[in-house]
Design a protein around this ligand. Sequence first.
Ligand SMILES: Cc1cc2nc3c(=O)[nH]c(=O)nc-3n(C[C@H](O)[C@H](O)[C@H](O)COP(=O)(O)OP(=O)(O)OC[C@H]3O[C@@H](n4cnc5c(N)ncnc54)[C@H](O)[C@@H]3O)c2cc1C
Length: 406
Amino acid sequence: MSARVRIVIIGGSFGGLTTAYELRRHLGRERAEVTLLAKDEHFRFVPSFPWVAMGRRNLEQISFPLAQPLAKKHVAFAQETVINIDTDAKVVSTTHAEHPYDFLVVATGHRSANEAVPGLGPFDGPGHSPMSAKETEELAQAIRGLLADPGPVVVGAAPGASCIGPVYELAFELDHLLRQRKLRHQVPIAVLTPEPFLGHMGMGGAGTIRQLLEGALEERDITYRTSVAITRITTEAVEAEGLVPTPSLCSIVIPPLAGVEAVAASPGLSNPKGFVPVDDHYRHKTADGVYAVGVAVALPPAGETPVPVNFPKTGHMTEQMAEIAVRDLAARIDGREGTTAELSARCVLDMGDRGAYMAVDPVRPPRNRIPTVSEGRRWLYTKQAFERAYLATARRGRRMPTTLGW
Ligand SMILES: Cc1cc2nc3c(=O)[nH]c(=O)nc-3n(C[C@H](O)[C@H](O)[C@H](O)COP(=O)(O)OP(=O)(O)OC[C@H]3O[C@@H](n4cnc5c(N)ncnc54)[C@H](O)[C@@H]3O)c2cc1C
């Protein structure tokens, strides 16, 4: 291999940015030429999308342009949309150029598979979901509409969803907002989840989180149903298998996810859902020199459930995947193999007036440690402080320790 390897990263979010920063920790400029491609010129702190939806933040407050911190790290940045990855020729094609690589890290996140349930939205149907910046702005507008003209709300997830945490956050935050405005009595809130029990979250639950969520929803008069297979969302209701339609004027339903078009359409790169199959080092199972991290990775569900729920891929998990992939990539340049580790997860759930902290190690049961679950106002402050610290640190080209907040 030549002295200076060419490494291309696709994606400028938690997976891509962590990969870039970690690569520079392991490989100096003289050893690697690193290029990051992303279709969005900004990094956005996605876990704060629910706060944007509730009007507690705007997108600008949770974003920064990628170019400057990457330049500081001697990582070339190009705001380009990838359209094809040729894993035989080792070339990434974008709408603007071709980028040959020796190593490629795919960190392209998801595409919302809104076609899975008629009515999932917002741009394909009347449903709403904060899965991207644009969709979050649309949801913020829908919530402003709800405050002006109150009516019933459903917050839920479609069968096969993997990003369940925001369902609870959105229900609790909306409840809190409505109470502050003295409008809660005009807005029945129903949670409809495909999970077999509350707090399963695609990872088989976490200690006593089920009991915590049941109590917290009941305390707040938020009704809930589990093992729900949503079949259609209309402008007036959410329909589900075996249930009478739940009236809803504002249906916030998290969709199942798929891989982005460019990854799904590139021959030999992904599984039928468009996710990238990887080994324990986040190395592609067959394509030479290719790694994938974050939501782009194919991970099997944590067991069968009556209604499908997929395995979560949180920001915290994404950063661990990037660390493992980079360790392996750097070691392979020297003809060795990197060390790997089971993923753990730490997560703080915003409950409106307080927060709930969960730590699982490893994410997939059975676990070595009894999960930690804790509730209190301090966790809400921790989540808020983590967001600020993360943005301030990352925009300076540095990394936050992955063990904190989230
Ligand atoms: C509402 C919500 C709340 C969440 N809350 C939490 C939380 O509290 N804690 C937590 O740990 N996790 C949370 N998550 C999960 C977390 O946001 C994800 O795990 C994380 O964003 C995954 O990062 P990623 O880099 O894999 O992908 P993404 O964040 O999806 O980023 C994908 C990147 O790829 C780029 N891209 C995509 N396609 C192309 C293309 N064709 N060409 C070029 N670039 C492309 C995009 O521009 C983007 O930069 C939440 C997720 C959501 C949606």
